[in-house]
Design a protein around this ligand. Structure first.
Ligand SMILES: NC(=O)c1ccc[n+]([C@@H]2O[C@H](COP(=O)([O-])OP(=O)(O)OC[C@H]3O[C@@H](n4cnc5c(N)ncnc54)[C@H](OP(=O)(O)O)[C@@H]3O)[C@@H](O)[C@H]2O)c1
Length: 335
């Protein structure tokens, strides 16, 4: 692909994408964001990755979520994104909201993991190089580190903003008490936490039960849901077995065949019936169900094709649920 091959669609903001304010910040996020955890690594076909990125941006998806270790191999999703930045998105940088993270194992030795200042600073510098960016819009601590003083991790986030390497910071998967400390520490230094990133979908209500959604709101932060489709379980992907090209068939690490128990399949089928009655696919209903809550700023979908992104965007057409529908969905989730 040559450098002038991509021109963004002129009607990219007129295709039905809606934007929500992220907490009490000035930032608006698209209700559906795209994550590059899977399907953007070095083994994935680059033309398909590019097609997905182009399709997303052409349809109002302005937020792209990465992390240092997305791939495989580690770093390779950021490299793919860096190719897109250079070849396609360079003229559109100011229309994009790009996040990355550090917190999991990234390079060997004592400085390539967890939450030290040493690791976070070095990791972000590496990420910027891979992504061909001067700064990211959002940098996350990817996980809570029980061994490193929270002040050290959080001060690194503050200093990263002060150094102009990230415009905003966020936390992902931090437990409630540590998250409260983070909200207060960051606010006291005038670098308010923009957003909390947590796993939230029909089958996993932990962030609701732990009060993390409410806590983000009370602290003026947004909340962004990851794996909103339970990695594909909350779609029609597995209704009739395990397709060869599906995540269960080829991933082997994060989503294993064992996840598809008889009881889970029964719940998926019951939810699928309810979705069809609403005139939606299961994926659309699962995303719409999250978006009915105004504490949710955005949902980060993953995709293995542009067609999946296209289908999932239809969720935006109906995120209204009657009380009866909510009750039926709850019953179906319980199995
Ligand atoms: N902060 C964290 O610790 C953390 C952890 C995990 C994820 N994340 C973020 O969240 C993002 C999304 O995570 P995820 O990929 O697990 O999200 P997801 O949206 O729950 O699952 C995405 C997968 O579902 C399948 N799918 C999507 N749309 C479909 C459709 N319409 N019909 C059928 N199948 C469909 C595809 O799998 P197939 O391959 O089977 O087609 C796709 O790769 C990640 O990229 C990352 O940015 C963050």
């Amino acid at each position: 692909m040559n450098q002038s091959a991509y021109i963004a669609q002129e009607d990219r903001y007129d295709n039905g994408m809606k934007y929500r304010r992220c907490g009490k910040s000035g930032v608006l996020l698209p209700e559906i964001s795209l994550g590059l955890w899977h399907n953007f690594g070095e083994k994935d076909p680059l033309p398909r990755s590019m097609e997905m990125l182009h399709y997303a941006f052409d349809h109002g998806i302005t937020h792209f979520d990465l992390a240092n270790n997305y791939g495989p191999s580690y770093g390779s999703a950021e490299k793919t994104f860096g190719i897109a930045m250079k070849q396609s998105f360079h003229p559109y940088r100011d229309e994009m909201f790009v996040s990355t993270k550090a917190g999991y194992d990234m390079w060997p030795g004592p400085y390539g993991n967890w939450g030290s200042r040493k690791y976070l600073m070095a990791s972000l510098d590496q990420s910027l190089k891979r992504m061909n960016l001067d700064y990211v819009d959002l940098f996350y601590s990817h996980r809570y580190d029980p061994q490193t003083p929270l002040e050290e991790t959080l001060q690194a986030l503050v200093d990263i903003v002060r150094a102009g390497k990230a415009l905003y910071v966020g936390i992902s998967r931090w437990p409630k008490q540590a998250a409260q400390f983070a909200y207060e520490y960051l606010a006291a230094r005038d670098v308010p936490c923009l957003i909390y990133q947590g796993r939230y979908h029909l089958f996993d209500r932990e962030v609701e039960e732990e009060g993390l959604l409410q806590q983000a709101k009370e602290n003026g932060a947004g909340f962004i849901c990851f794996s909103p489709l339970a990695q594909g379980l909350l779609t029609d992907r597995y209704l009739n077995g395990i397709p060869e090209d599906s995540r269960i068939a080829h991933d082997g690490r994060y989503l294993k065949p064992e996840a598809l128990t008889d009881s889970t399949l029964r719940r998926i089928k019951a939810l699928n019936e309810l979705a069809l009655r609403r005139g939606q696919t299961l994926a659309e209903m699962a995303l719409a169900w999250l978006l009915k809550d105004d504490k949710v700023s955005s949902v980060i979908i993953g995709a293995s094709s542009a067609a999946q992104i296209e289908k999932n965007l239809k969720a935006l057409q109906n995120s209204h649920f009657t009380p009866d529908e909510i009750a039926e969905i709850e019953n179906a989730c319980k199995g």
